[in-house]
Ligand binder design. Structure first.
Ligand code: ADP
Length: 220
């Protein structure tokens, strides 16, 4: 085990961040901190945060920076993330969030920022076919031949379309990515922490590229 990998994975919706981050978190034995998963858990549990976030998420919008920074700060200050590190997925998504993250992590700076690059046309096709287990979050691709109801191989939960994978919400999220998140490439590019990794290929190929990029940037 290599302790202390603190990695941010950026990339368009549908680039495969979720799948790859789960693999990276196992590989480096660090927590996978996904803001989307944290928000979806809050929606399921009907907490005040979940009730507030649900309408924004379903419409493909972004939850406010202050709320998101508070959630991430609390999570990164827990013992597992402090001592081992983390794979951060879905945060930061705006330049404001990135500046706040720099302050939160000033004593233990980020090791690597990776842009998992997949063109918009390809992610649009992937998102339209994406199905998700409501209980454990495992992703599937629909071929149209599945038996209904579709049951998750991992946990037996219902596999359905995610509430924000409607055509309107998908387009809104991709537009917001270009407007709000793409500027982070310059933010991180300036400090030479950014690597761009080609996200087109099999999950194994992409995983090998990601590990290669993280190792290339490590100074330990
Ligand atoms: P996707 O990247 O496909 O949109 P996520 O699971 O990362 O999916 O996030 C789902 C939704 O949760 C987003 O569309 C947004 O509404 C909200 N969200 C997640 N992370 C953030 C963030 N850092 N800032 C603002 N909103 C967020």
């Amino acid at each position: 085990m290599i302790p202390g990998a603190r990695v941010i994975i950026l990339g368009r919706q549908g680039a495969g961040k979720g799948t790859q981050c789960v693999r990276l978190s196992r590989h480096y034995v660090v927590p996978h901190v996904s803001t989307g998963d944290i928000l979806r858990a809050a929606v399921r549990e009907r907490t005040p945060l979940g009730l507030e976030a649900k309408a924004v998420m379903d419409g493909g919008g972004l939850v406010g920076d202050d709320i998101m920074v508070g959630i991430v700060e609390e999570r990164l200050h827990r013992d597992d993330a402090r001592t081992r590190g983390y794979i951060l997925d879905g945060f930061p998504r705006t330049v404001n969030q990135a500046s706040a993250l720099d302050s939160i992590t000033s004593d233990r700076p980020i090791d690597a920022v990776i842009d998992l690059d997949v063109p918009r046309e390809l992610v649009l096709a992937r998102l339209s076919a994406r199905r998700v287990c409501r209980d454990c979050g495992t992703n599937y691709m629909a071929s149209g031949k599945e038996r209904q109801p579709w049951i998750c191989d991992v946990c037996g939960g219902d596999v359905t379309v995610r509430d924000d994978d409607t055509p309107d919400a998908i387009n809104r999220r991709l537009d917001l990515y270009e407007q709000q998140t793409a500027p982070l490439m310059e933010f991180y590019g300036d400090s030479a922490r950014l690597s761009i990794v080609d996200g087109v290929g099999t999950p194994d190929q992409v995983f090998a590229r990601l590990v290669g990029a993280i190792e290339a940037g490590r100074v330990h």
